[in-house]
Design a binder for this molecule. Structure first.
Ligand SMILES: [Zn+2]
Length: 399
């Protein structure tokens, strides 16, 4: 244990050294003397200084166009030279643009493997579902792991047939992709032994987690990330721990238990992530597994998905977690749902038996009434989808 702790401290020192050397290449960050001088970066500041923050002088308009065109299939990939462009979800004009090098991507996979998959003597097959082209990850080769890559923009029906043939030991995918695979497979449980399922990229809800565990026959490990940054992972107790050797964490407390994280990612180089205030709301947790890092009890959704009303000049706030639970527990037959708050109404879409919609609407009305809110809930015929295919269930579209 002692050696392990010393190793982690050494690793953190090494990461800090590299971080400091790298940030001097950024015209924006090289101007500051010490850590406390760095401004807290929210999305709008991060985007307005985009050209000066990244170390290659990549222009924001060019990067956005490349990311946008790749999403619309107007080009084969989202790369500028060897740098990959990623767009975060959000309404158009308000989207984050992220840059990562091949090396950073390879490091991400290596960290996930080391932290989450662990080591084993026998060779294991990994099915890796990605939003990008697979060639980038070829640099991560391993004698004990054999990778099969699946692009999530290709038809998942075909991927499922391949999974049946290759019988992977480990599946890495977004929860919404896993749920879609469950639907396509049309079976209660996979017909081979899966050792691990790793959930990445999106918030894993309790209801999805249970469904995936039943289907895969194994417990689900969760990786918490921000674009290609690997922030936290679940331990042997199933609790999510911050990667404290590469992430410096500051907390903005919203109440006694919930906070918004401000992160500095010591491993990001192309576009340094320094004191970046994330949009997530996290609940602080505890764990006795022996890892010293801070624990996240739950990821309670993006803060732009908080619903707000003004009633008698008082601001009334509903956290997405309340809304989720209200809907899920209103009817046992609810398979899926999305709820969107616009200027006037709530738009609710429910996938489930005939009475499920009414049950969910009634439960929501009760919740709203208890908060003194009177609003209409309309029935939607199709689920809400973000431009980049990411799945969200509770969406605030009020400008
Ligand atoms: Zn733990």
């Amino acid at each position: 244990m002692m050696q392990w702790t010393t190793g982690l401290i050494a690793l953190k020192r090494y990461n800090l050294f590299r971080f400091n050397r790298n940030r001097m290449k950024s015209p924006f960050y090289s101007a500051f003397k010490s850590f406390k001088d760095f401004p807290v970066a929210n999305k709008s500041m991060f985007m307005s200084q985009f050209n000066l923050i990244n170390i290659y002088g990549i222009r924001k308009d060019e990067a956005f166009q490349v990311g946008h065109d790749a999403e619309k299939y107007l080009r084969r990939n989202s790369m500028i030279g060897s740098i990959t462009v990623g767009l975060s979800s959000g309404s158009s004009g308000n989207r984050g643009i992220f840059l990562v090098s091949e090396k950073e991507r390879a490091q991400w996979v290596a960290s996930v493997l080391y932290r989450v998959i662990g080591l084993s003597i026998s060779q294991r097959t990994v099915a890796f579902f990605l939003r990008a082209n697979s060639e980038l990850y070829e640099s991560v080769r391993s004698k004990i792991l054999k990778f099969n890559y699946y692009n999530i923009f290709d038809p998942l029906e075909q991927h499922w047939q391949n999974l049946l043939k290759t019988k992977p030991d480990i599946i890495v995918a977004q929860p919404s992709v896993l749920i879609r695979l469950i639907e396509i497979s049309n079976i209660e449980a996979v017909p081979w032994k899966v050792q691990k399922v790793i959930s990445v990229a999106e918030v894993l809800t309790l209801e999805d987690s249970k469904r995936i565990e039943v289907w895969s026959g194994t417990s689900i490990n969760q990786v918490y990330q921000c674009t290609e940054g690997f922030l936290a992972h679940s331990c042997k107790n199933g609790k999510i721990h911050w990667n404290s050797d590469s992430i410096l964490l500051e907390k903005v407390w919203l109440n006694e238990v919930q906070y918004k994280p401000i992160i500095t990612d010591l491993k990001r180089s192309t576009q340094p992530i320094i004191r970046y205030e994330m949009n997530d709301i996290l609940t602080e947790g505890k764990c006795d597994c022996g890892l010293k890092s801070d624990v996240i009890q739950s990821i309670d959704g993006r803060s732009d998905d908080v619903f707000e009303w003004i009633n008698n000049k008082t601001k009334i706030i509903l956290f997405p977690d309340f809304i989720r639970r209200t809907i899920v527990f209103s009817h046992p037959g609810i398979i899926d749902y999305t709820i969107v708050k616009n200027n006037k109404y709530l738009e609710l879409w429910i996938d489930g038996p005939e009475h499920a919609f009414d049950a969910a609407r009634n439960a929501l009305h009760k919740l709203l009434e208890s908060k003194g809110i009177c609003t209409k809930i309309n029935k939607s015929t199709k689920p809400w989808r973000a431009d980049n295919g990411k799945k969200k269930r509770v969406i605030n579209s009020t400008p």
